[in-house]
Every structure is written in structure tokens, then in C-alpha cells.
Design a protein around this ligand. Structure first.
Ligand code: SAH
Length: 329
């Protein structure tokens, strides 16, 4: 819900501002509509229902994978696609993956979102409404900004949304923002009072390869990005996650694992190897054995490394896939 619109609507009809806080408290606990907000007078609810849409997003499509992962495709009021995913883990964890932009202005060659046209930044309310959609299904506890878009290029709105996530049960410590390495954004996140985690999409251990698969590396080269991560660590004292998507024959060789070991300070970084979700691009994902061998080299040299669980494969839950399909028909 556009809470600015709610504030101005309440003011225009002479209602006290605390009504907005009441309405938010209901939403944050998973209320399904205006009618369930029973401590608001019925007449007021009816009036607000006419003037303030319950969500800024319209659900266009939803799919549940065999592993319980739920993926939703929404449209904004101006028709932009937005996708979000709810991941359910056996230990009971419920983790959201949210989008910060519709499309993405960056053009990482392996990413489906990078191949579609950039739409625009999402508002804070459009970001929160993704989370609220899933909150109406069940309780939540983790959130990552690993959906469509580059969160650091829309950081004001991302942080405004993060500010309210604890009301939904998602603390800042259980929230992570993933970036291609947008240096000014990393520095701003380091200055924020919220203890949000940082995840860096590294994907290559040296500049030449990184620029080839992530053109943004020409603007913010590897060593500047890692220096920004170092500043983040100095300030926040929290380990930084390195995301490394495993592309067969591109970045998965033994020598590249060793380069990664030399590049990353094991006291600052933990590596998360990501099995590639094929998206019709030029790339193929590394085999399971290649991923495991790569991980073993990192671990042997004292660098913490895990392999990301693949979720929702049967419903195209990879970054950008659903929206990209929706656009091409
Ligand atoms: N722009 C931000 C956040 C969005 S992408 C960033 O790049 O970090 C979230 C993660 O998914 C990134 O690490 C991205 O590189 C990765 N990713 C993109 N396409 C993928 C695919 N097809 N399979 C696996 N991971 C992918």
C-alpha cells in the first residue's frame, strides 16, 4: 500500500494520523484487505477502500514448486513486471527474495533480467507490497534483495522498505542486500544505522573475466569494490557474502579457485557458490562435481564456502526468468 497516499487521504478527510499506524499494523500482520481492520470505523474503511488501493501491485501469476518455493509475478499500476520468491526450508526458515527494480540497467551476460529492458526503480511501497503478499500466506523471517534489479541503484527506496520489514518479523540482521559492486551504494549501506548484511556478486577472480561477464566492472573494478567491502567490514564487523555463479569452463577452473583464495581475506568473506540456473543464455552451469571440487579448494585454503541450495527449478525461479517469459509471451 502506498502509505504516503494513505497519509494524505486521511489528512484530506480530517482523520487523525494514528489511523495510518493502525492500518499498517494490520497489514504487517498479514491482513487480507481493508474489511479485516476491525478497529477502524466501518465507514472509514469503506472510504479508504475506494481511495487507497490495498496493494500497489497486482498479482498476475503465481506458481508453487515441488520444494515449496512460491514465485509471484506482479504488475505495477503502470504495467511493469515485478517478481518475488518465497523460499521454504526444512528447518522452518521462510526467506523472501525481493526485487528492487523492474528490469535492470546493468547487463550481466548470464542473467535473464540483464537481458530484458530496464523499466524503472520500484517505490518503497512496491518493494514492501511484495513482502506483504507473502506475509498474507505465512510468517516470514529472512529477506534477500536478490530478485530483479540492482538494489544499490535504488537504495533510498530499498532502505525505506527495510526500515519496516521488522514489523513483518524480518529483522535487519536477517536481511541482506546483494550488489554487483556498486561502490557508492556499499559505502552508503555501511553508514546506515540498520545492521543489514552485504552480499557481493563477484563471479570472477580477476578484472578481465569479470568485465567480460559483468560490464559494470569497467566502472567499478574489482579492487575498488573489494576496498569498499573492506570499509563496510571495518564499520559493521559483519562477514560479507560473496556470490559466485558457477559457469562451466568460464570461471570454474582449479586455477580460478586459487585466484579467489588469494583475492579474498578469509576473515572478511564467506563464499556462496551458486549453481547456474540455465536461462537460454550462452552459458552452461558447472557440473555438480566441478562445483564440489571448486568448493573443496576454497575450504582447503581456509576460505569458508557453501553451495547454494537450488530452489524452485521447476517453476523457473531463477533471477528474471518468469518476468522475462511473461514479456516475450
Ligand atoms: N543486482 C544484484 C541483485 C540481483 S541478482 C546483484 O547482482 O547482486 C541476485 C544474484 O543472482 C546475483 O548474484 C546474480 O548474479 C545471480 N544470478 C543471476 N542470474 C542467475 C542465474 N541464471 N542462475 C543463478 N544465479 C543467477
Amino acid at each position: 500500500m502506498d502509505l504516503d497516499l494513505l497519509d494524505s487521504t486521511l489528512a484530506s478527510i480530517g482523520e487523525p494520523a494514528y489511523r495510518a499506524r493502525q492500518a499498517w499494523a494490520w497489514q504487517a500482520r498479514g491482513a487480507a484487505g481493508w474489511e479485516s481492520m476491525t478497529d477502524l470505523p466501518a465507514l472509514l474503511r469503506a472510504r479508504l477502500a475506494e481511495q487507497v488501493p490495498f496493494s500497489t501491485l497486482e498479482l498476475e501469476h503465481e506458481a508453487t514448486a515441488r520444494d515449496g518455493t512460491v514465485k509471484a509475478l506482479f504488475r505495477t499500476h503502470d504495467g511493469r513486471p515485478v517478481e518475488a520468491v518465497l523460499m521454504r526450508y526444512r528447518d522452518g526458515r521462510r526467506s523472501l527474495c525481493l526485487s528492487s527494480q523492474s528490469g535492470c540497467p546493468l547487463t550481466c551476460t548470464f542473467c535473464a533480467t540483464g537481458q530484458m529492458r530496464f523499466g524503472r526503480n520500484l517505490t518503497a511501497w512496491e518493494i514492501l507490497d511484495q513482502a506483504l503478499h507473502f506475509r498474507r500466506i505465512e510468517e516470514l523471517d529472512h529477506c534477500v534483495f536478490m530478485g530483479m534489479g540492482e538494489p544499490m541503484m535504488n537504495l533510498d527506496n530499498v532502505l525505506a522498505a527495510c526500515r519496516r520489514l521488522p514489523d513483518l518479523g524480518i529483522s535487519h540482521r536477517r536481511t541482506a542486500i546483494s550488489t554487483v559492486g556498486w561502490v557508492p551504494g556499499i559505502d552508503r549501506l555501511a553508514q546506515s544505522d540498520m545492521p543489514i548484511r552485504l552480499a557481493l556478486s563477484l563471479h570472477a577472480p580477476e578484472n578481465e573475466l569479470r568485465s567480460a561477464i559483468m560490464p559494470v566492472n569497467d566502472r567499478h573494478p574489482l579492487h575498488e569494490v573489494l576496498a569498499a567491502c573492506e570499509r563496510f567490514y571495518e564499520r559493521k564487523r559483519r562477514m560479507i557474502f560473496i556470490e559466485y555463479v558457477m559457469l562451466a569452463g568460464v570461471n570454474d577452473r582449479h586455477e580460478q579457485a586459487l585466484q579467489l583464495v588469494r583475492l579474498l581475506d578469509r576473515r572478511r568473506f564467506k563464499v556462496n557458490l551458486i549453481p547456474y540456473n540455465p536461462t537460454g543464455s550462452l552459458y552452461e552451469g558447472s557440473s555438480r562435481a566441478a562445483v564440489e571440487a571448486f568448493r573443496a579448494v576454497l575450504e582447503e585454503h581456509g576460505l569458508q564456502a557453501t553451495v547454494r541450495l537450488t530452489r524452485g527449478r521447476d517453476i523457473d525461479a531463477a533471477c528474471g526468468q518468469l518476468a522475462a517469459k511473461a514479456l516475450t509471451g
